[in-house]
Unconditional design. Structure first.
Length: 202
């Protein structure tokens, strides 16, 4: 399990990823063991905690954390870990500079507007990632504003032939109905579904 205790002072708003979904992210990283993880949009560091735990377990070779404003908890995560790197700038500025040494998983959870996400996707695909994780893919349908890019990303990945696994189940005291997508290649579909079953299907 992920210890979220150190994040409590900064967490509490509705923008952070739900903990159920953070555990799914961790399970996916454990299953795929990517050489590189790129996170677009760290906010208070809740999903970052899953990435860092996978890194500490040896399941991730390096991590790149991108946000226009790196918060203290995220900076603290990177400070003592030599292959966790911070990029305090826009995703469109950072993504072209990242050269994964091996297979990559990219988590997209920054600006969800179509204008931004449509610019991010070609840069993400240029990395030839093994999986793309996207938050808030059903948030627009749930009544959240400015999330048209997240919905578009799901549709576009489906159009491009990615296997798309989405959890958007409503749960008590959670906002998981905003939706988390894990898009992968067919060879990894069973591992992604098994990770979902282990963490979300309860």
């Amino acid at each position: 399990m992920i210890d979220f205790g150190e994040l409590e002072p900064e967490v509490g708003g509705t923008m952070s990823m739900d903990r159920v979904h953070c555990h799914w992210v961790l399970a996916v990283l454990r299953a795929l063991e990517p050489q590189c993880v790129v996170e677009v949009g760290c906010y208070a560091g809740v999903s970052t905690a899953a990435i860092v735990k996978a890194y500490d377990e040896g399941c991730v070779g390096e991590a790149h954390l991108i946000d226009i404003q790196i918060r203290p908890t995220v900076r603290q995560f990177a400070g003592t870990r030599p292959r966790v790197r911070l990029h305090e700038c826009t995703s469109v500025e950072a993504l072209p500079k990242i050269r994964p040494a091996g297979d990559a998983v990219v988590l997209v959870d920054g600006d969800h507007s179509l204008k931004v996400v449509s610019h991010e996707l070609p840069l993400v695909l240029a990395m030839q990632p093994r999986a793309i994780i996207a938050h808030d893919v059903t948030a627009e349908a749930a009544g959240y504003e400015l999330c048209d890019g997240a919905r578009w990303l799901w549709q576009e990945l489906q159009r491009l032939g990615w296997v798309c696994v989405v959890d958007c189940r409503r749960r008590p005291n959670a906002a998981t109905h905003r939706g988390l997508l894990v898009a992968c290649r067919p060879d990894d579909a069973d591992a992604v579904v098994d990770a979902w079953d282990e963490t979300c299907n309860r």
